[in-house]
Design a binder for this molecule. Sequence first.
Ligand SMILES: [Zn+2]
Length: 78
Amino acid sequence: MRGIMEDMPCVSTRGDGPNGRRVEGFLYRYRKGGEVRIVCVCHGRFLSPAEFVKHAGGGDVAHPLRHIVMNPTRSSFS
Ligand SMILES: [Zn+2]
């Protein structure tokens, strides 16, 4: 399990709606070039990028991945 988590980059987004809040999660790619899912840290739920943006209080966006920031991984320095 630990090895899997290390391959999952930490991401975050902030909804731009009135109830917007910052939500963090882990990016999970099923396979190269395949579907992207994001596991939110608050519920441990698998969400699509669009659902992840809405989870943070954002609205319908055309390119949800552009609203999701990938956090720099610290493990590359260890
Ligand atoms: Zn959540």
